[in-house]
Design a protein around this ligand. Sequence first.
Ligand code: NAD
Length: 260
Amino acid sequence: MADLLTQSADIERLASVLAGARRVVAFTGAGISTESGIPDFRSPGGVWDRNKPIEFRDFMVSADARRETWRRGLETYPVVAAARPNAAHRALVDLERCGALTAVVTQNIDGLHLQAGHAPDRVIELHGNAHGVQCLSCDTWYPRPEIHDRVLTGDLEPVCACCDGILKPTTVSFGQPMPREPLRRAETEVRQCDLVLVVGSSLVVNPAAGIPRLGLMAGAKVAIVNATPTPLDELATLVVRGRAGEILPAAVALAAILAT
Ligand code: NAD
């Protein structure tokens, strides 16, 4: 009972912060998609419990690492491909339709924000997207399932059909430089906003996790909706502990009422 009362007070506080903001940037991580069935990185049973990440350098120099990447992809990609946006993704779309949300900056590679129905130019994917594969030599792009079909029929280290170059999923690996353009856009958006709404991120993966901090330094408030503590909690205007799919829809709906 006490927990329920605390959560409802937190939701009211979050709604009031949202209603008072003119430019909101949502900053999301793997935690917003766990309720869609995609495990996050650091929770028990998450990706790190099962597999050590393959570093970009190893992928480039080792055929074994590339084979292992495709082998893991056959296991993990179907989970991402089958996932659908949940109530938290949809609440952010509602926030955009109210006119307050200027951008969703995401560390996620699942494409669920776009699938939820945001204007495509509002979604900034810092770590790429799992649904594509690209040649690292000539940039030819392939749908991921097409390359997985080749792996399944015995082509264990598929190369580009145009130039024999190395193929890689269009996600950013550990140790791989982040694409500059999304990072630049995210920095611009966050410097201009008055509220950064962090949802489902442990805020420990850099440089992406530095984005909310940049907003803070530029004068924005930070509100955090996350199941567990983050390094930015102490500096945040508001921290709401719990499940994003329960908290966000209620807070966004109440904010819409408060703003009228
Ligand atoms: P993370 O795993 O480090 O942190 C996720 C956070 O979300 C945790 O603090 C956890 O307590 C919280 N959380 C889990 N379920 C939640 C829920 N229902 N409601 C609210 N909070 C919840 O994730 P990160 O900070 O995004 O960093 C991990 C990296 O892993 C990112 O770079 C991302 O690209 C990648 N990743 C992406 C996906 C995806 O696209 N869905 C999944 C796993 C990992």
